[in-house]
Ligand binder design. Structure first.
Ligand SMILES: Cc1cc2nc3c(=O)[nH]c(=O)nc-3n(C[C@H](O)[C@H](O)[C@H](O)COP(=O)(O)O)c2cc1C
Length: 402
């Protein structure tokens, strides 16, 4: 059918038809089956599927073909990066296995075929730009037990994965071993080390993490500094205070410049901060040369597993708080005449929620929960829903003017 449409030159019509099939198919089959098992098991199954998919010979080629059929090119310049499309898979999916220590992570890498970062190849092939990470200086096993939940009624997710990752050194070496097959556009998200209280140590940790990726000769399209992980029982706001933010972002950019690299730095912030704090952050970002702010990370809420612990809320129930953060950041930007780009993140689940960001002048957005609720072709489906929304709006405008 698609081939017939294409042969007739009806590319847009063929794409819409294909997207309707993929969206309907996901709702009717995959999502229905996946939602019969717990969010935790579904999450593990998804990572396993990526792992197996990356072992099979033709999956990446098929994924690329599907993407080329589903996505209308929409080049977007944001945060100092030229992207092929404005929707980016957010950090937290392609971040790799956790390890007890660096030696164990490096040992796993010695088996060259051992994939410690499922999704590194298949997800970009299928979905386009992906932010890898978060990576911390040393590996982390993350929190034990159930760490992922979903609330279907509100299209929300909650997690307390706790920054499980193989550590920056192993992640950099893993990606270096596969340098020729890395996607054309991807970001690397580096997080401050939870639990490290000493300022100088924090700074050393993020600079060493960055150094591993640079020494490996990796040239991501952007780096993101994650100052806002709520799932480690650390005080996440601490890193978003003025002096702390200036020091960490300043050190990061200084190191990039010392290497003569123009790779832009984005910073990921929390929802729910006071307007004054967002204003201060925007001022610092402008002063030190941060190119974009990702607004926002998940919102710290009591964990569904144990109310004394926190688990970051994403999806539908995060949307309003993320929009409030975008509003505060936009106002600060406008008041001072700064050129900081804002990348929306939080509850981008359909054409309307995407529109809410675009209405605010947001050029690009990141998504995670949409993968759960809309499936692997979420970006293309959301773009199409947004375009339909725009077409309807234009038609109404024409009618009113006629
Ligand atoms: C299971 C899971 C793990 C995540 N891990 C990270 C992470 O390591 N680093 C990070 O910056 N954000 C992480 N996030 C947050 C997402 O990147 C995103 O900011 C958040 O889910 C809000 O987007 P959404 O409403 O589209 O889900 C994680 C989210 C989920 C659901």
């Amino acid at each position: 059918m698609v081939v017939i449409f294409l042969a007739l030159g009806m590319k847009a019509e063929a794409r819409r038809w294909l997207l309707r099939c993929l969206d309907g198919g996901y709702h009717a089959f995959s999502r229905r089956l996946l939602f019969r098992i717990s969010a935790q098991r579904a999450h593990e199954l998804m990572l396993r599927t990526l792992l197996i998919g990356e072992r099979l010979p033709f999956t990446v080629a098929i994924a690329k073909l599907l993407r080329s059929l589903c996505h209308a090119p929409k080049p977007t310049e944001v945060g100092g990066v030229q992207l092929s499309q404005p929707l980016i898979v957010a950090a937290g999916l392609v971040k790799g296995r956790g390890f007890a220590d660096e030696a164990a992570a490096l040992r796993a890498l010695q088996k060259r075929q051992h994939n410690i970062m499922p999704g590194w190849r298949l997800l970009p092939a299928l979905a386009g730009p992906v932010e890898f990470g978060s990576f911390t200086r040393f590996p982390r096993l993350g929190n034990a037990g159930t760490v992922v939940w979903r609330d279907e009624k509100t299209l929300s997710t909650q997690n307390r994965v706790g920054l499980r990752n193989p550590g920056a050194r192993a992640a950099a070496l893993f990606l270096r071993q596969r340098r020729e097959r890395l996607p054309a556009e991807f970001g690397i998200n580096i997080a401050v080390s939870p639990g490290v209280r000493d300022n100088a140590q924090q700074e050393r940790d993020i600079c060493e993490s960055l150094g591993f990726f640079l020494d490996a000769g990796l040239m991501p399209s952007w780096f993101t500094l994650n100052l806002s992980c709520p799932n480690t029982e650390d005080d996440p706001q601490q890193h978003q205070l003025e002096a702390e933010t200036r020091r960490l972002c300043g050190a990061f950019i200084k190191l990039l410049r010392a290497r003569g690299l123009e790779i832009p730095l984005w910073v990921k912030v929390s929802p729910g901060l006071a307007d004054g704090q967002y204003r201060a952050l925007v001022r610092i970002f402008d002063e030190v040369g941060v190119k974009a702010v990702v607004a926002t990370n998940t919102l710290a809420q009591p964990s569904p597993g144990a109310a004394t612990l926190t688990a970051g809320l994403g999806g539908g129930r995060l949307h309003a708080a993320a929009l409030r953060a975008v509003d505060a950041l936009t106002a600060a930007n406008a008041m001072r005449g700064y050129a900081l780009d804002i990348i929306g993140c939080g509850g981008v689940l359909d054409g309307d929620s995407l529109h809410a960001y675009r209405q605010r002048g947001v050029k690009a957005a990141q998504y995670w929960s949409a993968l759960v609720y809309r499936g692997p072709f979420a970006a293309a489906i959301l773009e199409e829903e947004w375009a339909a929304h725009e077409r309807r709006f234009e038609a109404i405008q024409r009618e009113v003017l006629a």
